[in-house]
Design a protein around this ligand. Structure first.
Ligand code: AMP
Ligand code: MG
Length: 326
């Protein structure tokens, strides 16, 4: 049985979704990053349903979404000045702040840890839902664990159909990649996951920050929940410095290959090529949709042109390395 999808423009959609959330049900909804799978963050049983529906390991904490800063402060035991400055600049928006948790936050939300991850999303549907339901919403990406994150309601339907109670369809999400996760319990703050807000943008507000482990490099980060294999298509994916010649060689024996690149060297006959924009923001916005598409073609291998080395591409490199075969 398919899960109901309601267009977010339906006049009853937000009210129905809010009622379901307050009753402990699961609702997928659009944010400006990717689609989230939401539950009432103060209801441990409801949050447990998120973990069950996704097949998410209990060691991976979830981000809590709030309508405004007043709600955010109710969930934390301390609110450092750095949080004020960062929230002034980036909220609503794709920056998640990790803070000491208040006792009201159930352990399952934080994977038993002493901190909680919070953000105010910028998407009008997410904000309307948060205001209407009146409770904070715990929401990881709305896909089964380790799969690609969803950027359309259809991606959610394909991954979680019949495991959740409602999908609010707000069209394709604009950011395309997940939020940046920044721990502000350390001084200076620590980057736990690169995302749509760049290091340069954060450092312009709070000065130099630290990077956990080797975020964005070949090895996975060591922070909680930063799983090495994550965001993965089913088709084996390799990152390489590609060239037209290289791709032609790979397909010489008839191998069915997908080629994802941001450098236009022309089509190669017999190869499914997706050409992405060469700037990191537009590339991010389209990356998951491109991977969902190329993954649906039933190819033998996806070759992705290695993105540039600079910090503006850090989040893209991080996701591609997690999507690639070990
Ligand atoms: P997602 O499934 O995309 O929502 O991922 C949520 C991300 O936030 C994961 O990388 C988590 O490890 C991270 N996260 C959530 N809560 C915390 C926390 N309390 N401390 C550190 N990282 C967290
Ligand atoms: Mg996820």
């Amino acid at each position: 049985m398919q899960t109901d999808t309601l267009p977010a423009t339906d006049p009853h959609a937000i009210g129905r979704a809010a009622t379901l959330l307050r009753a402990g049900c699961l609702v997928a909804f659009p944010t400006e990053t990717v689609y989230g799978l939401g539950a009432n963050a103060l209801d441990a049983d409801a949050v447990a349903r998120i973990f069950a529906a996704k097949g998410r390991p209990a060691t991976n904490p979830v981000i809590v979404h709030v309508a405004d800063r007043i709600h955010a402060k109710k969930l934390v035991a301390d609110w450092p000045d750095s949080a004020t400055h960062l929230a002034d600049r980036f909220w609503p928006g794709p920056l998640t702040l990790v803070l000491p948790k208040a006792p009201c936050v159930p352990d399952i939300v934080t994977a038993g840890g002493p901190t909680v991850a919070l953000r105010i999303p910028a998407h009008p549907v997410a904000l309307a839902l948060l205001r209407s339901c009146g409770v904070p919403i715990a929401a990881p990406s709305a896909n089964r664990s380790t799969e690609l994150s969803p950027t359309t309601a259809e991606h959610v339907q394909r991954s979680l159909s019949d495991r959740i109670d409602l999908i609010l369809d707000g069209g394709p999400t604009s950011g395309g990649l997940e939020s940046t996760v920044l721990d502000v319990t350390t001084n200076p703050p620590t980057l736990l996951r690169p995302g749509l807000v760049t290091i340069a943008e954060i450092e312009a507000i709070v000065g130099s920050i630290q990077r956990a482990g080797s975020v964005g490099d070949d090895a996975p980060a060591r922070s909680p929940g930063q799983m090495a294999r994550h965001y993965s298509p089913r088709t084996p994916l390799t990152i390489a410095t590609t060239s037209r010649r290289h791709i032609e060689t790979l397909t010489a024996d008839g191998a069915r290959i997908g080629w994802l690149t941001h450098r236009d060297e022309g089509e190669v006959p017999g190869v499914s090529r997706v050409l992405l924009p060469a700037d990191p923001v537009s590339y991010s916005a389209r990356l998951y949709a491109a991977l969902h598409h190329i993954d649906s073609l039933g190819l033998e291998r996806i070759i992705v042109e290695a993105p540039p080395d600079d910090d503006a591409w850090l989040a893209v490199r991080d996701r591609l390395h997690r999507a690639a075969e070990a």
